[in-house]
Design a protein around this ligand. Structure first.
Ligand SMILES: NC(=O)c1ccc[n+]([C@@H]2O[C@H](COP(=O)([O-])OP(=O)(O)OC[C@H]3O[C@@H](n4cnc5c(N)ncnc54)[C@H](O)[C@@H]3O)[C@@H](O)[C@H]2O)c1
Ligand SMILES: [Zn+2]
Ligand SMILES: [Zn+2]
Length: 372
């Protein structure tokens, strides 16, 4: 039976999001239909608008979300009707080579992230004759979506849908960038460039991992102030100020780790993050830039002489099914701040307003909540 949904669509790059009615197919084999209750406004969806990281257009935006399973297709084992779930933007199969190697964040199921195709190569959302995919094969800026069962992560009853949405991307991506990809150790000096929805969780991760100094660089004073509540020890408006500070307090040894979580990565911030680490140090690159240009241009001789590393990070190198429950436990123990990350709530119709607030630096995380 055909269903309908209202969804925020990007028809082509450079346009505003348009909220329209779409036809929605029933879930096919191994798929579920989800009523989305909350969706986070991550900067990654803005890369769709700018075309920095272009998907197949038109596309339904959103990849952070939580909701309730309303229908299941044949052969579904990982969820049932009525289940509360976090929507995983990397559907993890558990049996591909990266999954078997323990790298669930790199599951081969990520293949259709940019097109939003389902695994059988077809689409579930339609506008007349036009097929639409959801970003990361999800599309959480929609009242209802069809996703793979592999994207279903159980959401416990004591955790709200809003927090569930944050746990779908921003929290694990930032937290894991520090604790897993950067492998921050007690006593280290860590520098985080950009304290937004992702970076604020890198701050939390670095602090919980025992870093002696969690240094934040962000031009936005509100983010700098907020980051002190999330575990930052020092904050600076510019890289130069942070560099002078780190050089002085480490007696010239510089930082062990730098983590890039700015809105849009460019060569400048990568060079800054490279300069601020010392011997054996690592730059962790989490923030996305323009796919058409090289964002990493560095002096290889310094890399050799100082044995520096530059390491990409996808979903903070974490495993959705294994690590999200751990993050929930940290929250339950009062060790991880989640409620404080939500700075504004929007209806689906206010999606462009929400993204303008993100670009204006007003939000730690904005959330789209389902209208009652
Ligand atoms: N690798 C992954 O798995 C993954 C997952 C989600 C998001 N991302 C990417 O992470 C990045 C951050 O996303 P977000 O939602 O936190 O964005 P955001 O807009 O909430 O935060 C970005 C922050 O960076 C700050 N900033 C901008 N330029 C800066 C600079 N030159 N130096 C220091 N700070 C600067 C801004 O003031 C803001 O506070 C985006 O590029 C997003 O696409 C990556
Ligand atoms: Zn995201
Ligand atoms: Zn897999």
């Amino acid at each position: 039976m055909a269903n309908h949904t209202r969804a925020a669509v990007m028809w082509e790059k450079g346009k505003p999001w348009e909220v329209v009615d779409l036809g929605l197919d029933d879930p096919k084999e191994h798929e579920v239909l989800v009523r989305v209750e909350a969706a986070g406004l991550c900067h990654s969806d803005d890369h769709i608008r700018t075309g920095d990281s272009p998907p197949r257009y038109p596309v339904v935006g959103g990849h952070e979300g939580a909701g309730v399973v309303e229908k299941v297709g044949p052969g579904v084992r990982r969820a049932k009707v009525g289940d509360r779930i976090i929507i995983g933007y990397i559907p993890t199969c558990g049996v591909c080579r990266p999954c078997l190697a323990g790298k669930h964040n790199l599951c081969d199921n990520g293949l259709h992230a940019g097109t939003g195709k389902m695994f059988d190569g077809t689409f579930r959302m339609h506008s007349g004759d036009t097929d639409l995919g959801g970003f990361c094969a999800t599309g959480t800026f929609s009242e209802r979506i069809v996703i793979s069962q592999d994207a279903c992560i159980p959401l416990p009853d004591d955790i709200s849908f809003e927090l569930g949405a944050l746990l779908g991307c921003g929290v694990p991506t930032g937290f894991g960038s520090a604790t897993k990809t950067a492998n921050v150790r007690p006593g280290q000096t860590v520098v985080i460039y950009g304290a937004g929805g992702i970076g604020m969780n890198a701050v939390q991760g670095a602090a919980l991992a025992g870093a002696a100094r969690v240094v934040v660089v962000d031009p936005n004073p509100m983010k700098r102030t907020a980051s002190m509540d999330f575990g930052a020890t020092h904050t600076f408006e510019t890289h130069q100020e942070a560099f002078d500070f780190v050089k002085e307090v480490t007696w010239g040894a510089l930082a062990e780790n730098s983590i890039i979580t700015v809105g849009v990565t460019d060569q400048e911030v990568v060079s800054q993050a490279f300069d601020i680490i010392g011997k054996g140090g690592q730059v962790t690159l989490t923030a996305v830039g323009n796919s058409a240009h090289n964002t990493i241009v560095l002096n290889g001789n310094y890399m050799i002489g100082y044995e520096k590393r530059v390491q990409g990070s996808m979903f903070g190198s974490l495993s959705p099914l294994l690590d999200i429950p751990r993050l929930i436990d940290l929250y339950r123990q009062g060790k991880l701040k989640l409620d404080e990350l939500i700075s504004n709530r929007y209806s689906l119709d206010q999606i462009n307003e929400g993204y303008q607030d993100l670009l204006d630096g007003k939000n730690l995380r904005g959330i789209v909540v389902r209208s009652k």
